[in-house]
Write a protein that binds this ligand. Structure first.
Ligand code: ATP
Ligand code: MG
Length: 262
């Protein structure tokens, strides 16, 4: 086993209130980990800290043998660490395929070349981006016409399109913020299979999620946070039986049910 990602002692406060308070976790290469916790626990703040969206007040982050503390998201993406957002960032006025192609072209920019060469290269890159885009759409099993305008997609399809946009950048590791939010049970089960397949293709995954079924089905290790602090950490079976976790979820409206895949 090799540790691919390690965050230690992360802190972030907003006007004196700690959203994240001394949180750390490690992710083994090839595994799937989850961060769970009640509403407002600090999950999105944590994902923002580890993906260069928000700078931590304290703590350190290592990825693939490099210290990436404070590095911005676009630099991390170039190193193979990408993320999804709680609300998918999709270009609604473009087609489904164009959305993925834009992401593919950002990954392989044409760069500074002479005009003629640039045009030829740009055409070749466009063809390559279209091919990469179609491959990514197949990988997430987004079953719709790729030439459909993206504003016609359902919430479930939005999530798959966002995943496809991430996959064309050939990430080493993905952070997913509530991938199942807004999905029905059928869509969640399908997404669970997609995420598992992506993980089995070799991509390490860390996700924040309220859907316990998805978390219990996918995660090798779970970190539970409440009011910015870790209250439990370990394998799913241990975490769901932990009295502190059960207490944190009592009255939160989230059921701690779900099959444990062992
Ligand atoms: N930019 C900000 N400015 C001020 N307070 C913030 C900011 N971002 C988050 N917070 C506060 O930090 C705490 C943690 O918020 P965060 O969004 O990280 O929680 P969460 O676990 O993702 O919640 P949810 O399950 O609702 O998505 C909350 O009290 C929130 O109000
Ligand atoms: Mg959140």
């Amino acid at each position: 086993m090799m540790t691919l990602f390690e965050a230690a002692g992360l802190c972030k406060h907003f006007s004196g209130v700690y959203a994240v308070n001394d949180v750390g976790f490690t992710v083994e290469k090839g595994s799937t980990v989850a961060v769970i916790g009640p509403n407002g626990a600090g999950k999105t703040t944590l994902i923002n800290l580890v993906t260069g969206v928000t700078r931590p007040d304290a703590g350190s982050i290592q990825f693939n043998g490099h210290d990436i503390t404070g590095a911005p998201l676009h630099r991390l993406a170039a190193k193979g660490l990408s993320r999804s957002f709680q609300h998918p960032r999709i270009f609604r006025n473009m087609t489904v395929l164009d959305n993925v192609m834009v992401a593919a072209q950002q990954h392989h920019p044409v760069g500074m070349l002479s005009a003629g060469l640039k045009l030829r290269r740009a055409r070749a890159r466009e063809a390559a981006a279209a091919e990469a885009g179609r491959r990514a759409l197949r990988q997430v099993n987004l079953e719709c016409d790729p030439d459909l305008p993206a504003n016609l997609l359902t919430t479930g399809q939005d999530k798959l399109l966002e995943l496809a946009r991430l996959l064309v950048a050939e990430p080493v590791m993905l952070f997913l913020d509530e991938p199942a939010a807004g999905l029905d049970d059928h869509e969640t089960a399908d997404l669970t299979r997609r995420i598992r397949a992506i993980n089995e293709s070799g991509i390490t995954i860390a996700l924040v999620e309220h859907n316990m079924q998805l978390v219990m089905d996918l995660a090798d290790s779970i970190t539970v946070i409440d009011s910015g602090r870790i209250i439990a950490q370990g394998p799913p079976a241990d975490v769901r039986a932990d009295p502190a976790v059960i207490a944190a979820y009592l009255g939160s409206g989230t059921e701690l049910t779900g099959a444990v895949d062992v």
